[in-house]
Design a protein around this ligand. Structure first.
Ligand code: PGA
Length: 303
């Protein structure tokens, strides 16, 4: 197969943006130059990589395979660049981290503190669900992952660095809001706004109720902590979320934490990478920074 790195980079941009025009803009090229490179790549592979339906373009099956390999090849190239950055010193390295959506409530603060200390470091942050996190680890396209529970099915080096308490929340006007020492069974009668399948918060909540021999009879599924908070505030039901997502709503008294006897659910945050991966100097420094300093940098609301 005859292809060039330039073609792969251009293909990656078109596949990510699903637009020749936007890829051309991002790469500071003309649109005909971009489609020409993609055509040459398709000729090299002997298969179409994109198909056009109406005004939109889509990846073909071959295109999706090519996208996977392009990510791996370009990431390996990045790794090589990191090695040379490392030889030039920590101050000019790159850091790619991937985090679960709930971790996005505190990771930018950690990155800001880290970048203040190492101003030359170039950071990229991906926020995704559990499936995305597993794929990023599997395809070796990220340096470090931050999530709630390391997947059992993968050989990882995982270190816990902070508590992640999950608490029940309600609108301040909810009848349970002022009650003390509420038994967990009482919550069964309530509607719960729960996260989508694949969310760590969701699976921890489900496990917790099963362990207590209980089940939630009425639930409404929402795909982000933000929509759950809005829904709870509007009186749609109760929620069970990480305390890390609630700082602003608690401070503004838009939501209250319910005093439930068996809560909070005690979880932890982990920072991890694939066993055997060669961590760059920057990634090693960031991992140490997170382990040693997150508690002092992050201001968790008190329970
Ligand atoms: P989330 O939480 O997937 O519910 O955002 C992260 C985790 O607990 O792993």
């Amino acid at each position: 197969m005859n292809l060039t790195l330039r073609q792969l980079k251009i293909f990656e941009a078109v596949a990510r943006l699903l637009s020749y025009t936007r890829a051309a803009e991002e790469l500071h090229l003309t649109q005909p130059a971009v489609s020409m490179q993609v055509k040459q790549l398709e000729a090299g592979v002997g298969l179409p990589l994109f198909e056009q339906l109406g005004k939109r373009i889509y990846l073909t099956e071959a295109g999706r395979e090519m996208e996977r390999y392009a990510h791996r090849i370009l990431h390996t190239l990045e790794e090589a660049e990191q090695v040379f950055d490392e030889l030039r010193g920590l101050e000019r390295g790159r850091l790619h981290i991937t985090v679960a959506s709930t971790a996005n409530y505190f990771v930018p603060q950690l990155l800001a503190a880290f970048c203040q200390r190492h101003p030359g470091v170039q950071v990229s942050l991906d926020v995704t669900n559990r499936e995305g996190l597993l794929a990023a680890l599997e395809d070796n396209v990220t340096d470090l992952v931050i999530m709630g529970k390391p997947p059992r099915e993968m050989d990882l080096v995982a270190e816990t660095f902070m508590d992640n308490p999950l608490v029940a929340i309600a609108a301040p006007s909810h009848p349970l809001a002022g009650e003390r020492d509420i038994p967990l069974e009482r919550l069964q009668q309530e509607t719960f706004l729960i996260r989508e399948k694949g969310s760590g918060t969701r699976s921890a909540t489900e496990r917790f109720f099963v362990e207590h021999g209980l089940s939630l009879s009425s639930t409404m599924e929402m795909s982000s902590s933000e929509s759950i908070k809005q829904g709870v505030e509007a009186g749609l039901g109760l929620g069970l979320l990480s305390l890390h997502t609630l700082e602003m709503e608690l401070a503004l008294k838009r939501l209250v934490i319910l005093d439930v006897r068996e809560l909070p659910i005690l979880r932890k945050w982990y920072i991890m990478y694939r066993a055997g991966k060669r961590l760059s100097a920057v990634a090693t420094a960031f991992k140490q920074f997170v382990s040693n300093e997150s508690a002092s940098i992050l201001d968790l609301p008190t329970l």
